[in-house]
Design a protein around this ligand. Structure first.
Ligand SMILES: Nc1nc2c(ncn2[C@@H]2O[C@H](COP(=O)(O)OP(=O)(O)OP(=O)(O)O)[C@@H](O)[C@H]2O)c(=O)[nH]1
Ligand SMILES: [Mg+2]
Length: 155
């Protein structure tokens, strides 16, 4: 299947998926609750956090991962969610991890969020704050290397 968007973003409810897509210029600037799997034409696939919370939806996430070049898996640094071990290996493409809300989260919780991502099989993990922008440039340059995206001209 030809990828229909550079990336899909997944992660728990309120972890900052839609906010991060907006910051990357890969989703609408106005962020509201994501109610359903959403195709941002040619840019990204956004998913509601409920699909990560309820294992019966994992299959839909895994199938849609075939439509993108990369999956971004977010974890809220304030409220890490424990995922099934090695679940990332079920995805059709590689998964990059992002711990969000580092402006609010305690260090111990950030480390727990990273541990959860590693347990899920993620190797590359970034920490960022959508609020302050800390860590955003590091993620952008990683994504520019992995995908044919030019964030400087997109934003
Ligand atoms: N302080 C802080 N707030 C954040 C950060 N990222 C997102 N938020 C806030 O968290 C709330 C939820 O953000 P969303 O981007 O809607 O989260 P989501 O993961 O798309 O949530 P669902 O669509 O419900 O799955 C919003 O009020 C954001 O402004 C962050 O890094 N730091
Ligand atoms: Mg959302």
């Amino acid at each position: 299947m030809t990828p229909s968007a550079p990336l899909m973003i997944i992660g728990p409810v309120g972890s900052g998926k839609s906010t991060l897509l907006a910051a990357l210029g890969l989703g609408p600037k106005e962020v509201k609750k994501t109610e359903a799997l959403t195709y941002n034409q040619g840019l990204s696939i956004d998913t509601p956090g409920e699909m990560m919370a309820l294992p019966r939806f994992y299959n839909a996430l895994i199938l849609n991962s075939a439509r993108v070049s990369l999956v971004l898996m977010l974890m809220d640094g304030q409220k890490p969610l424990w995922l099934p071990a090695k679940i990332c290996f079920a995805f059709k493409t590689s998964v990059v991890g992002v711990v969000t809300k580092i402006d609010l989260a305690e260090q111990a919780m950030i480390r727990r969020a990273e541990l959860s991502l590693r347990n899920a099989g993620v190797e590359d993990i970034f920490r960022l704050s959508n609020l302050t922008g800390a860590g955003l440039d590091e993620l952008k340059s990683h994504l520019s290397r992995r995908l044919t995206l030019d964030f400087d001209s997109a934003n």
